[in-house]
Write a protein that binds this ligand. Structure first.
Ligand SMILES: [Zn+2]
Length: 169
């Protein structure tokens, strides 16, 4: 099932998501649906709040279907180490048509559970590191706009309000 993506303005995107506690068939189905929804929206990462579900769960595939081993399920993820700095253009399915340069750590290690509840640790660099941070931010009710300067953030919010008024958001 393909879920519609929730856009900025919906309060679910700005609240802290609840931990996942049941590793059952329902969770497996949700993870499958999240990959399907992410690919349908042409994204490389999707957090559960972005489909209106306030759970600490995200999926990532920075290769966009090219490498099946690149598919990652992050259940209850935690950032345990970060290193360096890296600036890159960043977008978000919940902020369609916007892209901004965001500086984040270049190398990131996370600790998370897989769909069966098994804990694992993994390290990513550059785009993957950025995805770990971006998706974990979502689970804490944060969007990448919170990493922009106040000026840029206000400009983005003004543009969105205009789009909302025009019924184009
Ligand atoms: Zn996002």
């Amino acid at each position: 099932m393909i879920y519609p993506i929730v856009k900025y303005g919906d309060p679910v995107l700005e609240k802290k998501a609840e931990p996942v506690t049941f590793f059952d068939d329902e969770l497996k189905k949700l993870v499958d649906d999240m990959f399907e929804s992410m690919y349908a929206a042409h994204g490389v990462g999707l957090a559960a709040p972005q489909i209106g579900i306030a759970k600490r769960l995200a999926v990532i595939d920075v290769t966009f279907k090219e490498d099946p081993d690149a598919k990652l399920v992050l259940v209850n993820p935690e950032i345990i180490h970060t290193e360096g700095r890296h600036s890159q253009n960043e977008g978000c399915l919940s902020l369609p048509d916007f892209r901004e340069n965001v500086t984040r750590p270049r190398k990131v290690t996370i600790r998370a559970q897989d769909v069966n509840g098994k804990f694992y640790e993994t390290t990513g660099e550059e785009l993957l590191a950025r995805a770990f941070l971006h998706e974990t931010d979502h689970l804490n009710g944060k969007l990448y706009m919170s990493h922009l300067s106040a000026l840029k953030r206000d400009l983005m919010k003004r543009k969105i309000r205009k789009l909302m008024k025009a019924g184009e958001w």
